[in-house]
Design a protein around this ligand. Structure first.
Ligand SMILES: Cc1cc2nc3c(=O)[nH]c(=O)nc-3n(C[C@H](O)[C@H](O)[C@H](O)COP(=O)(O)OP(=O)(O)OC[C@H]3O[C@@H](n4cnc5c(N)ncnc54)[C@H](O)[C@@H]3O)c2cc1C
Length: 506
């Protein structure tokens, strides 16, 4: 079936857009795994919104700008925080059950927020509750069709972007899907790193496909590393939410010393990049592979009631958070950069839109404020959907062509290790150049077989991260260069990568 609108990705951004698009035509939402396998589904801590009695949109705006370290797009931040309260009310109207205290919405605090403004659901299953609400709403609309295990391999080009090549995992066949407009809502890229909190699907496919199609990619050097992922041998790097530190959890090094006060006045609630680098320093200093996150001083039953999912998961890997600290270490978590868009999801290619973590509106600048990304998904997902309606009257173009693709001679595991070692929390020119050389050598010409599409995308994405990080000869936000440890006014600009050109700044 050729829909009017093709939405690539079934996380919060894609589903929120689909709900708007259903008013103007047939919408096909595709997901490369099951519909539930997305970062949205795993988001725990909450969604930030200026709705509590002592909060104001302006304060949320100031906190977001401060976290972004001089690189936020002010108009995008304004659109996010101002659109927040209505977006949340809409979710509540559609049935989202955020946690309440005595009938009123319950707000908690996370790092670098000046007010308690984080809404949560079922304690620590906020993303799942929002995704469930949006799915129910979208699936109730007759114009919206979902297809799982359907991975887009490449975009189809003619008069901009007119569809995508889709690998249908159920029938094991490749199809061309043509549409009037296409939305990339493919989520993040954490899984190009060997340590990540992200699900396996997060390989930056949207960024790689858009880049091959000729779109601008922006700020890819800014990858947020979450300081506290569970670090137990054989276990996935499960995120132990910042909200635990909001509730008083302390970080202790291998000698049992509390160390964050030595690094930042906000101690455990300092910005994520500061906490991540402090943990790396302490691990190096003590020769340990993790530090300890301790909330065992809280009253019995607190952790289990407030963080049921985290408590159960840690327990499954032998850690009882009520009684003992959890071993934690940093892991790749969130991409501030992505496919460059305006405030309504428009990329610089006609008929191609992007929203959510795959997009870069500039709203997060050099570092994302905690819990702003679920909000980004619902606010900018809806805006992109509305903008795409402009194309409702346009003709669908058939017979688009896929851009020339490249295969990867490096395996996914090799790419992940290279990304972690050379493009991780602490970078330098030597390591970045080595990564670039290795990845350039691993390029193989030829068609893109569906089975190898993911590794090819990962190679492309890590190459973009490395080139952007090498070009940014300063340290800012989540990007840290040991050879350029200071922030420089000359780099208060966004990096732009485009096929066939060097990385530039604008
Ligand atoms: C463990 C964890 C905890 C988090 N906690 C929070 C939090 O508390 N608050 C907060 O605000 N943010 C949090 N985040 C970040 C937030 O969850 C994400 O940024 C956000 O959910 C991204 O939404 P999205 O719709 O852009 O992408 P996703 O929800 O990741 O969805 C991506 C979709 O794209 C599909 N896809 C990808 N590639 C292809 C392809 N080639 N073909 C077809 N489909 C494709 C996937 O199958 C999936 O359906 C957390 C993230 C993680 C990983």
């Amino acid at each position: 079936m050729n829909p009017d609108f093709l939405v690539i990705g079934a996380g919060v951004a894609g589903m929120r857009a689909a709900i708007e698009l259903a008013a103007a035509g047939q919408v096909l939402v595709v997901a490369k795994d099951s519909l539930r396998e997305s970062s949205s589904e795993y988001a725990q801590g909450g969604i930030a919104v200026a709705l509590s009695d002592d909060d104001e949109v302006e304060l949320h705006e100031q906190d977001t700008l401060a976290a972004g370290d001089g690189l936020c797009d002010h108009a995008a931040v304004h659109a996010l925080v101002e659109g927040g309260p209505a977006a949340i009310q809409q979710l509540i109207d559609w049935g989202a059950a955020f946690d309440r205290e005595g009938g009123s919405l319950a707000f908690t605090r996370e790092g670098a927020h000046s007010r308690n403004r984080i809404l949560h659901a079922h304690g620590d299953s906020t993303g799942r509750e929002i995704a469930r609400t949006l799915y129910r709403q979208a699936a109730s609309l007759p114009n919206v069709t979902f297809r799982s295990y359907a991975a887009t391999i490449d975009l189809l080009l003619v008069d901009g972007v007119c569809g995508a090549l889709l690998w249908d995992g159920n029938s094991q066949s490749l199809h061309a899907v043509h549409a009037r407009a296409v939305l990339l809502a493919t989520g993040g890229l954490g899984s190009v790193f060997s340590n990540t909190t992200n699900p396996d699907i997060a390989t930056g496919d949207g960024v790689a496909m858009a880049y091959r199609a000729g779109a601008e990619i922006s700020d890819l050097e800014f990858v947020q590393f979450h300081p506290t992922a569970l670090h137990v041998d054989g276990a996935p790097r499960f995120l132990v939410s910042e909200a635990l530190r909001g509730e008083g959890a302390r970080l202790l090094n291998a000698r049992g010393e509390r160390f964050m006060e030595r690094y930042h006045p906000l101690a455990e609630l300092a910005p994520r990049d500061v906490v991540s680098r402090a943990i790396v320093t302490e691990m190096e200093r003590t020769g340990a592979t993790s530090v300890a996150l301790d909330l065992s001083h809280r009253e019995p039953g607190f952790v289990r009631a407030r963080f049921p999912r985290i408590y159960e998961t840690c327990l499954r890997y032998g850690v009882d958070l009520e009684r003992q600290p959890a071993p934690v270490a940093p892991a790749a978590h969130y991409a501030m950069g992505g496919v460059r868009t305006d405030l309504d999801g428009r990329t610089d290619l006609r008929r191609l839109y992007a929203a959510g973590e795959a997009a870069c509106t500039g709203v997060h600048g050099a570092n994302r404020l905690a819990s702003n990304s679920l909000l980004e998904g619902v606010v900018f997902g809806a805006r992109a959907g509305l903008a795409m309606l402009e194309w409702a009257g346009a003709q669908r173009t058939e017979q688009g062509i896929a851009p020339e693709s490249r295969d990867s001679a490096a395996t996914a595991a090799e790419i992940r290790a290279l990304a972690w070692e050379r493009c991780g929390i602490v970078r330098d020119a030597e390591g970045l150049q080595a990564a670039i050389r290795r990845l350039e050598d691993a390029e193989r010409p030829g068609g893109l077989a569906p089975q190898s599409a993911e590794a090819a995308n990962m190679r492309q994405v890590v190459l973009l991260i490395a080139r952007s990080a090498l070009a940014r000869e300063e340290s800012r936000g989540a990007h840290f260069r040991r050879d350029y440890p200071h922030k420089l006014a000359a780099f208060e600009k966004h990096s732009i990568a485009r096929q066939g050109a060097d990385v530039t700044f604008r």
